[in-house]
Design a protein around this ligand. Sequence first.
Ligand SMILES: CC(=O)N[C@@H](CCC[C@H](N)C(=O)O)C(=O)O
Length: 371
Amino acid sequence: METFVNIRRDLHKIPEVGYKEFKTQEYLLNYIEKLPQESLSVKKWETGIFVLVKGQGVAPKTLGYRTDIDGLPIKEQTELPFSSEHPGFMHACGHDFHMSIALGVLTSMAAKPLEDNVLFIFQPAEEGPGGAERMLQSEEMKQWMPDEMMGLHIAPEYTAGEIAVKKGLLFANTSELKIVLTGKGGHAAYPHKTKDMIVAGAHLITQLQSVVSRSIDPLNSAVVTVGKLESGTVGNIIAETAQLDGTMRSLDPEVMETLKTRVKAICDGIALSFDCKVHVEFNQPYYMVYNDHELTEQFMRFAAHYDGIQCIECEKAMTGEDFGYFLKEIPGFMFWLGVGSDYGLHHAKLNPDENAIGPAIQFIIDYLRSK
Ligand SMILES: CC(=O)N[C@@H](CCC[C@H](N)C(=O)O)C(=O)O
């Protein structure tokens, strides 16, 4: 299993964002081409890859296993010897773990195929702009459509050896949020001749905080986060524009509609009160991750009796995952894999415990072989 820790480290060095995963794809293909090829069909899809391992059975089902492959635009601060070699980019969401585990499982399946087919999906752009929905429309998916799907996501809050899962809703509906404010720039000493978009943007961010607290039933749940604010150039120039990027989350698709309506209304109010233009876009919605009851139950039963794995029934989370699109079409489930890190997902110091890799590979192989 040391091989897969090394693979994880190699991949950790070359994080690439959505649809730019060129080196990652090349690395994965180099590895895959060294596996026994008798049962494999490999197809590139954009910067992702499909690998079908043909089953030995007479009427095989197809089991789908998906890993995401993209990194994030974060400057790594772990100081690990195998830190990112791409300045400003990092595998801060564990997709390096996801890929090395997928390769570990694929290695076993290629050496000794199951009765059933297994379709490995190396999916680009999970962090954005989304790859799952587009992959689902591909010719390869039409040809090799799985009967069941599974996937995992690392979880820093659980330790290596723990997994967490639940039936039904696991992850939220999401929508990216982009707001562009346009006013009039000018000299800092003549504010009355300008329309200052830093002031308008600051008011907007404050007012957005009322969306969840005052427009959503407290018994429901929602998130409106502004993660990026860009405005201004230097201290003595009033900013003509401001751009806010964020994300919205809800457990219920109807609540997402309320979030959009309220955000839009607040933006219209800001336009009026600051005499400026406010353009709002809701982009790249991700469908919720909803775990199939029966398959999740079977998986939990298997995990409960598996030595070295502790299976925890978890709560739903406000994370988003475009794996939800696969589960919308195909029954299956996603589970959390414990990797105990003091720093969470999307943090520059995320340092998942590599002791989780080997046992996870063996556990998934044994699970697939038990089906
Ligand atoms: C597991 C995880 O962290 N996923 C990301 C997915 C991004 C969704 C989308 N691009 C957005 O930001 O709305 C997450 O941020 O939850």
